[in-house]
Write a protein that binds this ligand. Structure first.
Ligand code: DAH
Length: 430
């Protein structure tokens, strides 16, 4: 199975097979305030929220109004408030945050090995067109990642980018030839300690001209593939030290050949990035038919969880001083000391599903109510009766990373989940 357990690649062939069976496995959820978010007046006291309702966010100096992104008037729109409030948070731009520290360490590697030739983009808007997110990088029309179940749609032609590859084509068209794009990416998913609907990726792109490979006597594709592997092996050593690594052949719509890099870490092979030699069609779109290029995409959370020993992906969003104060600018790999583990509280919910039911939709309802207090949602039982009705039983694990939850609070959350599931998902509670 090649889907990253902390999200990173979704376009491998193996993931296609798995996703099309609807046995989807991927993400979890959030609540902290952003210094650059603008907030509307507080909600009435009776309506307790796990996340702030934000009326507008600022992305790179551009103010985006909530009502343009969270819309009741468009049936295609599936962006909840909890996701809107994450736009513009840009955790990767905080120098004392593990994601910012990691990003800077990767920048250092590229700056020192490529004489600062790689341009850096980290402020591109995550709101992109379906053309940018899918068509420009040759994602097939029937690819599962285009579904409303997997991607957040603002309207039928606008999405929250699900990968930083969404910017490859426009940057090439604008004349950039070597670049790194870092940003927040969005995917609808299930809930566990390594999956969250917002995470961060870095995309690398490098274009070569005939003079680059002619001298080597090698065929252009082989030249680019070898250069790519050398570059990324060096990056893995820069981040992890002298680790064992291996290359695995895979499939992405935008590259041929395509590879994944795995490193041996804590007695297991861990997939750290996807990459390959860019499809000629992508280069051609930008008038680069005589060139060859390589590209890679890596998931920052996955690497940071390993490098900093961070056990739960929700922690990246925590404002708790006991988390934030443990990291210093420029210090890669400081091991996180868990401040305490509060007790989990388990609640089960069973219902007869309808044809339109998906686990991602269910998880979104749970996140919408419990926010970061939900640690995991797992299917613990499923059966079909003689009439052909299918029942699912899910176990919801509630646990705060910051305090003990009271019984009353959890019961209240669970009762809201039951109401909302029935109201929104067309299921029959058992
Ligand atoms: N966009 C891919 C994903 O999110 C990752 C990726 C793979 C990016 C290969 C690339 C690439 O640029 O060449 O699953």
């Amino acid at each position: 199975m090649t889907i990253f357990s902390v999200q990173s690649t979704i376009f491998t062939r193996a993931s296609l097979a798995i996703l099309s069976t609807n046995g989807l496995k991927r993400f979890s959820f959030a609540s902290s305030f952003s210094s650059n978010a603008l907030y509307s007046s507080p909600l009435p006291k009776t309506k307790k929220r796990r996340f702030p309702i934000v009326s507008a966010v600022d992305i790179g100096g551009v103010t985006i109004a909530r009502n343009d992104v969270v819309r009741d008037d468009d049936p295609t729109n599936n962006v909840p408030d909890s996701i809107f409030s994450k736009l513009g948070m840009q955790l990767h731009r905080r120098d004392k945050h593990p994601l910012g520290i990691l990003k800077n360490a990767i920048y250092d590697y590229f700056d020192s090995n490529y004489a600062k030739q790689f341009e850096k983009f980290e402020d591109l808007s995550p709101i992109v067109t379906t053309k940018q997110n899918f068509d420009d990088v040759l994602v097939p029309a029937d690819h599962v990642s285009r579904s409303l179940n997997d991607t957040y749609y603002v309207d039928s032609e606008t999405v929250l980018r699900c990968h930083t590859s969404a910017h490859q084509a426009e940057l090439l068209r604008d004349g950039h030839r070597r670049f790194l794009v870092t940003g927040d990416v969005y995917r609808r998913d299930s809930i566990d300690s390594t999956h969250y609907p917002v995470f961060h990726q870095m995309e690398g792109f490098c274009v070569f001209s005939p003079e680059d490979w002619n001298e080597s006597g090698k065929d252009s594709t082989l030249y680019a593939a070898e250069d790519l592997k050398k570059c990324l092996e060096g990056l893995a050593r820069h981040l992890f030290g002298g680790v064992e690594m291996r290359w695995v052949d895979t499939y992405f719509p935008f590259t041929e050949p395509s590879f994944e890099l795995e490193i041996y870490f804590k007695e297991d092979w861990l997939e750290v990035l996807g990459c390959g030699v860019t499809e000629q069609r992508i280069l051609k779109q930008s008038g680069l038919e005589n060139n060859v290029a390589w590209a890679f995409g890596l998931g920052l959370e996955r690497l940071a969880m390993v490098l900093f020993d961070i056990p739960d992906i929700r922690l990246f969003w925590s404002d708790d001083e006991r988390f934030t104060s443990q990291f210093k600018k420029g210090e890669l790999g400081v091991k996180f000391k868990p401040f305490s583990k509060y007790p989990p509280c388990y609640k089960d919910i069973s219902f007869w599903i309808s044809e339109s039911f998906t686990e991602n939709n269910f998880c979104e309802v749970v996140r919408g109510i419990a926010g970061d207090l939900v640690e995991e949602v797992k299917l613990i039982d499923s059966f079909t009766n003689k009439k052909g009705m299918t029942s699912h039983c899910y176990r919801i694990v509630f646990r705060s990373m910051e305090r003990s939850l009271t019984d009353e609070e959890v019961n209240d959350l669970q009762s809201k989940v039951r109401d909302e599931v029935q109201r929104k998902l067309n299921v029959e509670l058992r």
